[in-house]
Design a protein around this ligand. Structure first.
Ligand code: GLP
Length: 261
């Protein structure tokens, strides 16, 4: 795991956008895995700026999102499809037909999950998967104790996740209790992973994810198995790390071609 500590979320998001922009520049037909939540919003703004001001071209890019609430249609303001349209897709020149998100309204959710896996394979696999981090260590909607080899599936959301995400719904009662999500196995198949986590509420999950143990109790710890996983955190989210000075040392001694900024 490559751990990069930045002073604040702003710098972390700009760095994350640079990494994605480099992937897209090197491979204009790149397949990106994308995430929702508060964490990547600033990164998406930066991608929009790079598109607008520097001509970053998404016309041949394909995107697969991690997850979607069960029962929310694409035009529901709290659906992840709606979030992606508003925060990213409609500001880029990406082909809408190449933006995939699991359909939480599918009549057969099991078939929808299988079809999603097949679409990822048909696209050639994911080149870079962007991830946020739940306070309980979840990635996508893979809650603690879920299989570390799971494929896209239906998950029952934990009470903590419901509470954490309830503000935009007004209350936990108003929220869907189920979601479709890429599995941990699906995420680990991405050729590269970039996880962002900012702020004090994420410090405990960040420490468990990076410094272990590898455990289904912290699903994000599965990234320890990934050969190219980058974790970008701010100082607040890094507060619980025992080896923060080691990560800073490594970061400050990278060779020029190992740097992203
Ligand atoms: C949600 C999403 C995750 C996201 C996480 C953290 O439950 N399914 O993909 O990473 O919560 O969200 P936030 O970035 O808002 O803290």
């Amino acid at each position: 795991m490559e751990v990069i500590i930045r002073p604040h979320a702003e710098a972390g998001c700009v760095l994350g956008a640079k990494i994605i922009a480099r992937v897209v520049r090197e491979n204009p037909t790149a397949v990106l895995g994308l995430a929702t939540g508060r964490t990547p919003q600033r990164l998406y703004q930066e991608l929009v700026r790079l598109h607008r001001d520097e001509g970053l071209d998404f016309s041949r890019v394909t995107a697969f999102n991690l997850d979607e609430y069960v029962g929310l249609a694409a035009d529901h303001p709290q659906s992840f499809r709606y979030f992606m349209q508003e925060n990213l897709f409609r500001h880029l020149n990406i082909d809408p037909a190449r933006t995939y998100i699991p359909d939480g309204t599918a009549a057969n959710l099991h078939a929808e999950c299988r079809a999603y896996e097949e679409k990822i394979i048909a696209a050639g696999g994911i080149d870079l998967q962007l991830l946020g981090l739940g306070r309980n260590g979840h990635i996508g909607f893979n809650e603690p104790t879920g299989s570390l080899r799971s494929r896209t599936w239906l998950k029952i959301l934990s009470e903590q996740t419901l509470r954490d995400n309830s503000d935009v719904f007004g209350s936990v009662a108003a929220m869907p209790k189920h979601a479709l999500t890429m599995g941990i196995g699906t995420i680990l198949d991405a050729r590269r992973c970039v996880l962002l986590a900012f702020g004090p509420p994420k410090a405990r999950a960040v420490e468990q994810m990076i410094e272990g143990p590898l455990s289904a109790m912290c699903p994000a710890s599965a990234l320890q198995l990934h050969p190219r996983a980058i974790v970008i955190v701010d100082e607040a989210a890094a507060a619980g790390l025992h080896y923060a000075d080691h990560y800073r040392w490594i970061d400050s001694h990278k060779l020029p071609w190992q740097r992203y900024d």
